[in-house]
Design a protein around this ligand. Structure first.
Ligand SMILES: [Zn+2]
Length: 97
């Protein structure tokens, strides 16, 4: 066995353990989840789920707070909130909220 092969054998498990430990302690994991109703409506599914923190764009509509991945989504929402709220309520994300 060469020295390179020996290093690979030992490195892989160490990286996996480090990754698991890192995930469990990341403070980001405690942020509440929300769904971006504008991205949901636009079928931009990669951006629908987001983590809420103090910098997350948000809008209040009929006493409920909605969160967005970007200010552009928030502006679209404020133009036609009913359209996006209906899309959210019709989705699986609407059931959870
Ligand atoms: Zn968005």
């Amino acid at each position: 066995m060469t020295s390179v092969q020996r290093m690979k054998r030992f490195r892989l498990p160490a990286v996996l353990l480090w990754g698991l430990a890192g995930c469990a302690t990341l403070p980001e994991d405690s942020r509440p989840q929300a769904a971006d109703s504008v991205c949901l409506y636009n079928r931009d599914l990669g951006c629908v789920r987001l983590r809420v923190d103090s910098t997350t764009p948000r809008a209040v509509y009929k006493g409920k707070t909605y969160y967005f991945c970007a200010d552009a989504c928030r502006e679209d929402f404020e133009r036609e909130p009913e359209k996006y709220v209906s899309a959210l309520l019709a989705s699986k994300y609407g059931q959870a909220q």
